[in-house]
Design a protein around this ligand. Structure first.
Ligand code: DP6
Length: 346
């Protein structure tokens, strides 16, 4: 949209969350990752955001699930001012932003990835209104802007598999935005992710503080080397449909991440007794059934149970009968891999 062409309108996007297999943990500069990461895009756990805009002076009103939230409003206003450095038309519009999540706020699911991605996509639709733009370039810019809000959000704009961070293992990979990994065996595009909500409590150490603790961490260099190697290994696992390799690498990464938390200065622990109980039950189940079901964790106690669609008929009853007892209020969100954000209006 040109400054000379200011008008009112409305845009709306739904953006999913994502689950990292190789984790982003540690950053520098302006939201740049110290190591590359790879994630599966989800489909059910999502944020829907709309923006009504009209000519004005850069006022921002933010409603989360129908309620004005001043803390979010402040954060979102700062974020938009940052984006407006490149897109000054945003200073000449008043924005009314309404956002809601598909999952309960209390579920303890990290929502910054879906939220910042949905917001960045809405802003992209506004600033490029009326201009012909290649879809790939649009998504690349949205990923760049989502990253400035939250690193993991850069990977939510598309799917089913996204890589963020420059690596010699993938041509066109970049530290400033995520790219789609194209050469992936179809088994991964219908993968299931059952999210077992072990605890709904707000975590004591937020991700941003956790990333900061990687500066000067005694094992940081080894962790970054491991992650970089895991990127090459995972890309070949994804290409070859190697489910056994996926199981091993996925759990290695999850436990590496939590080992970093437990050995940072000061150390901290996000897993709970229920997390350990579920992991042990999973290892027994895998040994008995021979199914390629595995888990990963993000920066919290909740377990993401990952398995191929073909194992669903056996895994779901096992979760229901053996694992819900470890979940807060028996809560488990059954999700699946998806293809990324969708524009709903505008
Ligand atoms: C453990 O993207 O939430 O989920 O960039 O500070 O917003 P900020 O951090 P965030 O960190 C995510 C960490 C992780 C791993 C991952 O998603 O790669």
């Amino acid at each position: 949209m040109n400054a000379s062409d200011l008008r009112s309108g409305r845009v709306k996007w739904r953006s999913p969350s994502n689950i990292a297999i190789v984790k982003y943990w540690g950053k520098h500069g302006e939201q740049l990752p110290t190591n590359p990461s790879i994630s599966l895009t989800l489909s059910e756990a999502a944020t829907t955001t709309s923006i009504d805009y009209k000519p004005g002076s850069g006022l921002v009103e933010f409603l989360f699930e129908g309620n004005r939230n001043e803390e979010f409003e402040d954060r979102v206003t700062k974020y938009i001012n940052r984006i407006a450095g490149e897109h000054s038309v945003l200073h000449q519009l008043d924005l009314k932003i309404e956002s809601s999540n598909s999952f309960p706020h209390s579920a303890g699911i990290a929502s910054s990835a879906s939220a910042m991605s949905a917001l960045a996509l809405c802003l992209g639709s506004i600033v490029h209104k009326g201009a012909a733009m290649d879809e790939r370039a649009f998504l690349e810019e949205a990923s760049f802007n989502a990253r400035l809000g939250s690193g993991s959000a850069s990977r939510s704009v598309a799917g089913p598999v996204m890589l963020w961070g420059a690596t010699e293992h993938l041509l066109n990979s970049h530290d400033e935005w995520a790219v789609q990994v194209e050469d992936v065996d179809p088994v991964f595009s219908t993968f299931r992710d059952s999210i077992l909500i072990v605890s709904k409590e707000e975590k004591q150490v937020k991700s941003t503080a956790g990333h900061a603790l990687m500066n000067g961490h005694p094992y940081a260099q080894q962790r970054f080397d491991n992650a970089r190697n895991h990127i090459g290994e995972l890309l070949s696992i994804l290409r070859n449909g190697d489910l056994g390799g996926f199981v091993d690498l996925c759990e290695q990464e999850a436990l590496d991440l939590h080992a970093m938390m437990m050995t940072s200065v000061p150390p901290y622990l996000l897993i709970r007794p229920g997390t350990v109980a579920v992991i042990e039950a999973l290892h027994d189940f895998r040994a008995q059934s021979g199914l390629p079901v595995c888990m990963t964790l993000d920066a919290g106690p909740n377990i993401h149970m990952l398995y191929p669609e073909s194992a669903e008929a056996q895994v779901r009853p096992w979760i229901d009968s053996e694992l819900l007892r470890y979940c807060a209020d028996g809560m488990c969100i059954h999700d699946r891999v998806g293809t990324g954000a969708k524009q709903l209006e505008g």
